[in-house]
Design a protein around this ligand. Structure first.
Ligand code: FAD
Length: 415
């Protein structure tokens, strides 16, 4: 380890490894280090399938040492603060490290205080999350005896915004094939106003919900979990609350303080999420506390030698590994342009992201889109398959194709 690097990368996750690998492929002499405390790199997109018992959790992990590209120094440590005016990072154990150029990709963190009762209940009994322990989700699904199976998500940006509904569809499919002992309601409750932001995909998903007989509750923002009594409480964000027959069917109650009480017999949720605190403390954040970058060049708005990508970045698109696949080449190209003092040659990121919406065992809708919720389906793929419909071929892509491409192409900087 040295005390100064030409290019320093914070985080050895999807974004950090892809940028490092692509930089090294471009010029193997570049002087690069990755700051990353974890021994393990996770392929998180497969956790949805793990939670439904159709993918082996162990296969989602690889030793970090096998992914750090050759010739890149791995500093096994955590950044505690960046001093961007002085071009240096402070670390937990390795002191200060200077850089000429910085790439910030530490992902996001879970805010377990964002919902009352969450930290006490998550991971125990029937309260589960594919975000934290997908093996536990699978146990909960198999042990479910009937009643309300509640799937929900918080009122913050989250990684893979589709993940909370994917596991709801898989559960509905599982319960159809393995009927629980008593009557079951599969509920998807979300703070959002629609099931999905891009119309073509939303139309298909509403059909999926109808076919499973699920209850879709928009404008429901979870605020408290009372696991002991099997209740989750929601703040209703919609224009006007109609207490229709669904209230009776699901046992919903409006409390004196206006919150809605929903009984659950199993609960799956994504925890509230935020950028790591050091982003704000280092003066790298915008007013929402996510990292402030130009949404097209991914360059920091105040510090031109700093770039950000991945979940940490304040980008108005979905936080996914698929988005990073399009962000990493932009960061790499623009970094190299700056290093070579050719700023006119800046690449632009158009907000591409994609969400493989698994809608059941053997079925998937591939939602690809860019900024402003504009559909951006791959033209080649679209010649052979309508990716806005449920297809078996896209399921095969999710279960076999994408993991293969991730480990063998993306992590090697080849795509
Ligand atoms: P990460 O991959 O999370 O990596 C961040 C790294 O930074 C970690 O290794 C961490 O240890 C390190 N780090 C953190 N803090 C510090 C620090 N202070 N100093 C140094 N290092 C630090 N994406 C898809 O494309 N398709 C999907 O189907 C999909 N499904 C998903 C399902 C689930 C359940 C989940 C949880 C995620 C899913 N995603 C999916 C999202 C995808 O996994 C993430 O968007 C992607 O991994 C983000 O990459 P990243 O590099 O920003 O962060």
């Amino acid at each position: 380890m040295k005390q100064k690097y030409n290019i320093l990368i914070i985080g050895g996750g999807t974004g950090g490894i892809m940028v490092a690998a692509q930089l090294k492929n471009f010029d193997r002499h570049l002087d690069i280090a990755i700051l990353e405390p974890s021994e393990t790199h996770w392929y998180q997109p497969a956790w949805t399938l793990v939670g439904a018992g159709t993918f082996d959790y162990k296969k989602t992990a690889r030793p970090m040492k096998d992914l750090i590209p050759n010739g890149v120094d791995w500093i096994k440590d955590k950044v505690t603060l960046v001093a961007p005016d002085e071009n240096l990072c402070f670390t937990e154990h390795s002191g200060q490290i200077n850089y000429d150029y910085l790439v910030v990709a530490p992902g996001l963190v879970y805010n377990m205080d964002g919902i009352k009762g969450l930290k006490e209940s998550l991971g125990k009994g029937v309260v589960c999350s594919n975000y934290t322990d997908p093996n536990h989700t699978w146990e909960v699904l198999q042990n479910f005896k009937g009643g309300n199976a509640v799937f929900t998500q918080p009122n913050t940006p989250i990684k893979c915004g589709g993940a909370p509904q994917k596991i709801a569809y898989l559960a509905a499919d599982y319960f159809r094939k393995h009927p629980p002992l008593s009557k079951t309601n599969v509920i998807f409750a979300t703070p959002g106003s629609v099931i999905f932001g891009v119309k073509d995909f939303a139309a298909t998903l509403m059909k999926v919900i109808k076919n499973y007989g699920m209850d879709f509750l928009p404008f429901f923002s979870p605020v408290e979990i009372d696991a002991q009594n099997g209740h989750i409480y929601y703040q209703y964000l919609g224009p006007k609350l109609e207490e229709g027959p669904v209230f009776e069917k699901l046992g919903l109650k409006v409390m004196p303080d206006g919150r809605i009480q929903m009984p659950f017999d199993m609960l799956h949720l994504a925890p509230p999420q935020k950028a790591p605190d050091f982003i704000k403390e280092s003066g790298l954040a915008n007013e929402t506390n996510w990292m402030q970058v130009d949404i097209h060049t991914l360059q920091h708005m105040k510090y031109p030698n700093v770039f950000g990508l991945g979940d940490v970045a304040a980008l108005p698109t979905a936080k996914t590994g698929a988005a990073i696949r399009k962000q990493a080449p932009v960061v790499v190209k623009n970094l190299i342009s700056i290093i070579k003092k050719n700023k006119t040659d800046f690449a632009q990121y158009e907000g591409y992201s994609s969400c493989p919406l698994v809608t059941g065992y053997g079925k998937m809708v591939l939602a690809e889109f860019k900024y402003d919720n504009v559909r951006d389906s791959d033209p080649l793929l679209s010649k052979f398959v309508d990716t806005a419909e449920e297809t078996w071929s896209m399921w095969l892509l999710k279960k076999y194709g994408l993991p293969f491409l991730y480990w063998n192409q993306m992590m090697k900087g080849k795509m």
